[in-house]
Design a binder for this molecule. Structure first.
Ligand SMILES: Nc1ncnc2c1ncn2[C@@H]1O[C@H](COP(=O)(O)OP(=O)(O)OP(=O)(O)O)[C@@H](O)[C@H]1O
Length: 322
């Protein structure tokens, strides 16, 4: 199997995934992905974010060579997909739509079976490889249990172990925490961070903004098949101004003073009055509040979140649960 390498063909420096005008229109006429230009830097934990139906799974299926694009190009590890699927996929660990497991087999037996289906896997080192993968995802102690007795989180970890039987340059995880309880989500997120810390690029889709903020270095935001924005997570949120927040029992007076001082979009919510931060000196604004007899208990600008960025970019709300 030839090693995929970055070539001029890839056309985007150090990127592990690179698409140009990637488009998929399904036979029924549904335009699922529309002119996508995606660049996933090597070594990043890249969050592919968008509401249900925004085209994430369709994109992943094109990247993995499972379906043909209608037009445009996709390169993975510097090679064109789907043409180079056979050369590329051995370097990619994927967890898409939940792992396929045999419930009547133990976790260890599932992995042994999975490994033996890989013609490139040396049978002599199989048991050691399986033990190492189980250890890596924290399932060593539960390796002898039947998979049907596993929690959803453990099943997801077993799926990750299967993806990690061979050394990988890229991990592609489609909604890896979907359906998990908060504890299961925390475990999978911690595991993803750990996997990324050894330099493996991780590409994960999610409809949860806070998940992306917690685990990802970079993100792309999709809506209705189109890319809204992409970049470093800190830059995405930094591009959006935070909110001025005044905490006070005198909300009515505070709101009046802020408006008089030209603060736009003033909103009162319980003991908080928020608005768009003004261009001038914030200390003057604080002084004006105090001079008007407002008892100021808190005053400052809250950092914008990725959610603020999403709302500002699309005008839509977002599912932030979990
Ligand atoms: N095989 C298919 N044939 C026709 N339309 C499809 C097919 N698969 C997906 N679609 C449509 O394409 C659009 C994008 O779907 P896709 O599954 O890629 O979105 P998604 O962001 O992954 O959403 P979800 O998180 O719900 O899977 C949706 O409108 C969906 O109904």
């Amino acid at each position: 199997m030839d090693e995929p390498s970055a070539t001029a063909e890839q056309g985007a420096g150090d990127s592990v995934i690179h698409t140009r005008a990637l488009t998929k229109r399904y036979r029924g006429g549904q335009l699922a992905v529309d002119g996508l230009d995606l660049t996933v830097p090597a070594g990043s934990v890249f969050g592919f974010l968008g509401p249900n139906g925004s085209g994430k799974t369709t994109t992943i299926r094109m990247l993995m060579g499972l379906i043909e694009p209608t037009s445009g190009t996709a390169h993975v590890l510097g090679r064109p997909m789907p043409r180079a699927t056979r050369a590329v996929l051995p370097h990619v660990g994927a967890l898409i739509e939940g792992p396929a497991l045999y419930g009547f087999l133990s976790g260890r037996e599932n992995l042994l079976r999975y490994d033996s289906a890989d013609p490139a896997a040396d049978p002599r080192t199989r048991r050691a490889r399986v033990a190492a993968a189980l250890d890596r995802v924290g399932l060593a102690a539960a390796a002898g249990k039947k998979a049907k007795a596993y929690s959803l989180g453990m099943k997801q970890r077993l799926g990750l172990a299967a993806a990690l039987l061979q050394p990988r340059r890229l991990l592609v995880l489609d909604e890896p925490t979907n359906g998990l309880d908060p504890q299961g989500m925390r475990e999978i997120r911690a595991l993803i961070r750990e996997l990324a810390s050894d330099g493996t690029t991780v590409f994960l889709s999610s409809h949860l903004l806070d998940e992306i903020e917690q685990v990802c270095t970079h993100a792309a935001v999709m809506a209705q098949g189109r890319l809204i924005t992409q970049g470093a997570v800190t830059d995405l949120a930094a591009g959006i101004r935070g909110r001025l927040v005044v905490t006070t029992p005198d909300t009515g007076d505070a709101a009046r003073v802020l408006k008089e001082r030209g603060v736009a979009d003033v909103i009162v919510d319980e003991d908080r009055v928020t608005g768009e931060p003004p261009d001038g000196e914030l200390a003057d604004l604080n002084a004006a509040l105090v001079a008007a007899g407002v008892r100021v208990r808190g005053f400052g600008v809250e950092r914008a979140s990725l959610e603020d960025a999403f709302v500002a970019l699309t005008g839509e709300g977002f599912d932030v649960a979990g």
